[in-house]
Write a protein that binds this ligand. Structure first.
Ligand SMILES: Nc1ncnc2c1ncn2[C@@H]1O[C@H](COP(=O)(O)OP(=O)(O)OP(=O)(O)O)[C@@H](O)[C@H]1O
Ligand SMILES: [Mg+2]
Length: 224
């Protein structure tokens, strides 16, 4: 459970990125964050990942106030998250398999375990045949699927995907959205930002942001 209670975020220079935002996301929900460029979508996702902290208000994750997490709290939180963040692409100097293994290596898992899990993750995204390829030899859609494989390799409880369909054509974007929906169906909470409204009919729930404020929100009648 992720709960924003009157959260505001002001960056240096008095830039109000989020203003008095309140909503909660239950376990296993799939939520789209919609809104134009600059609305605050990335800021909101970074807060859930503990990369940015609220300037005021409270953000609870599984009942814990993330502003009060100690030095070891954030890495512990991150282990439960799969992150697909804007501007955090694949490492170009290593092949697909090594990229997907990386989050497991970082937390100290053995190379054998990391390889086994990375292979399984690539298989789920239908990308195993490209395991030995280098990122620049992949299409944009394939790169995005590898980034999803990298995000799920640690079996996260929550996937945060910031603009995972940016720069993709409709077919590749649908493949990415379908992959994320499949994780949601298996019980993983997914929060996906997009300024591309063509996918919103795929959503169980949409939260609209504009200029840092929640301007609208709906939940579909047939939400899972
Ligand atoms: N590190 C930062 N320092 C100062 N201002 C920032 C910082 N990051 C974001 N902002 C500002 O906060 C506001 C919200 O930015 P954010 O990146 O959250 O928007 P967004 O909805 O993700 O936009 P986009 O669709 O373009 O990715 C913008 O006005 C932006 O300029
Ligand atoms: Mg953004």
């Amino acid at each position: 459970m992720i709960e924003f209670q009157n959260v505001s975020k002001t960056y240096a220079g008095d830039i109000a990125a989020l203003r008095d935002v309140s909503f909660s996301v239950g376990d296993g929900e799939l939520v789209f964050l919609a809104g134009p460029s600059g609305a605050g979508k990335s800021t909101l996702l970074k807060m859930i990942a503990g990369i940015e902290k609220p300037s005021s208000g409270v953000l609870l994750i599984n009942g814990q106030d993330i502003s009060k997490l100690g030095a070891s709290g954030i890495p512990y939180l991150r282990r439960k998250l799969g992150l697909i963040l804007q501007g955090q692409g694949l490492l170009l100097d290593r092949d697909v398999l090594s990229n997907v293994m990386l989050p497991m290596i970082v937390i100290g898992e053995s190379t054998d375990d990391a390889r086994t899990r990375a292979i399984a993750a690539l298989e789920r995204l239908n990308m195993l045949d490209k395991a030995d390829a280098y990122p620049l030899a992949l299409s944009g859609g394939e790169q995005q699927r590898v980034m999803i494989a990298r995000a799920i390799v640690n079996r996260p409880q929550v996937i945060l995907a910031d603009e995972p369909t940016a720069y993709l054509d409709r077919d590749n974007a649908m493949i990415v959205i379908e992959a994320l929906r499949a994780f949601q169906r298996s019980g993983v909470t997914c929060i996906i930002s997009s300024h591309d409204e063509q996918f919103l009919d795929q959503a169980n729930r949409v939260i609209y942001l504009n200029k840092g404020e929640v301007t609208d929100a709906w939940t579909s009648a047939n939400a899972a």
